[in-house]
Design a protein around this ligand. Structure first.
Ligand code: COA
Length: 213
C-alpha cells in the first residue's frame, strides 16, 4: 500500500465499519490513522489491485505494542489533534468517549517505563493482529481476501509470531469465512457500545515460511 491508496482504504473502511470508534471520528482521523501502517516496521499494509485500480486492502500489526509505540512517537500529536477535531465536531461522541474509552486508551497509550527499558527480543511469542481486511463488492469471490490474509499470515510467521488474532462482528460479520479458512473461534467480547464481536486466532507453529522461487 502507498499513500495514494489511502482514500480508497478510508472510503471502504467507512462503508464496511461505519460503527467503529475510529470511523466515527471522521475521515481526517481515519486518513491519518491508516497512514501510520505505511511506515511502522511492525505494521503491514497491503493493497490488492485489478486493472490498476485498488479493489481490496488489509492492515495489521506483527507486534501491536511496538506499533503503538511507533504511532505515539511519530504520529501521536497529529493523531491527537485530529481526534480532538473529530470530537469537537461531534459533542455526543466526545461525551461517549469520556465515559467509555478515556481510561482504557490512557492506560494503553501512556508510555510504559518497563516496556521502554525492555530490549527488543524480536517477535518470538508475539501475537500479531489482523486489524481490517476488505475486498470491494465487485471484486469478491476471486480469492483476493484469502490471498491478502495468507500474505499477512506469511509475514507474521516469517518474523516469528506465535499466532495471529482478529475480531469480526458476531452479527453479519465474517465469522463463517474465517471458519472456512481454518481459524479457531476463541470467544466473544462486547464493545463499550454493546456490539458483540467474535474473536478468532490462528496458531503459527510452522516457523518461517520457505521462500518461493
Ligand atoms: C470477507 C471478505 C474480505 C472476503 O473477500 P473475498 O475476496 O470475497 O473472499 P474469497 O474470494 O477469499 O472467498 C470467497 C468465499 O468466501 C465466502 N465469504 C465471503 N465473505 C463471507 C462472509 N462474511 N461469511 C461467509 N462466507 C463468506 C464467499 O461466499 C465465497 O464463497 P464461495 O467460494 O463458496 O463462493 C469480503 O467479503 C469483505 O470485504 N467483506 C466486508 C468486510 C469484512 O467483513 N471484513 C472482514 C472482517 S475484518
Amino acid at each position: 500500500m502507498d499513500p495514494d491508496d489511502i482514500p480508497f482504504v478510508v472510503a471502504e473502511h467507512l462503508r464496511y465499519f461505519p460503527d467503529s470508534f475510529f470511523a466515527r471520528l471522521g475521515p481526517k482521523f481515519l486518513t491519518a490513522y491508516n497512514g501510520t501502517y505505511l511506515t511502522g516496521p511492525d505494521a503491514r499494509a497491503y493493497i490488492a489491485e485489478m486493472g490498476g485500480q485498488p479493489v481490496g486492502f488489509l492492515i495489521g500489526a506483527t507486534d501491536p505494542a511496538a506499533h503503538r509505540r511507533h504511532v505515539l512517537r511519530d504520529y501521536g500529536r497529529g493523531l491527537l489533534f485530529r481526534a480532538l477535531g473529530g470530537l469537537c465536531l461531534r459533542p455526543r461522541l466526545a461525551l461517549h468517549f469520556l465515559r467509555t474509552r478515556l481510561v482504557r486508551y490512557g492506560r494503553k497509550l501512556i508510555p510504559n517505563r518497563a516496556a521502554r527499558q525492555t530490549p527488543a527480543v524480536g517477535h518470538s511469542g508475539v501475537t500479531a493482529v489482523l486489524d481490517y481486511v476488505v475486498v470491494a463488492e465487485h471484486a469478491r469471490c476471486r480469492g483476493i481476501g484469502a490471498r491478502l490474509i495468507a500474505r499477512f499470515v506469511k509475514d507474521a510467521t516469517d518474523v516469528g509470531c506465535a499466532r495471529v488474532t482478529l475480531v469480526t462482528a458476531a452479527e453479519g460479520g465474517a465469522g463463517p469465512y474465517y471458519d472456512r479458512l481454518g481459524w479457531r473461534r476463541q470467544g466473544e467480547i462486547r464493545t463499550p457500545e454493546g456490539r458483540r464481536l467474535l474473536t478468532y486466532d490462528l496458531p503459527l507453529n510452522d516457523g518461517p515460511t520457505p521462500e518461493r522461487h
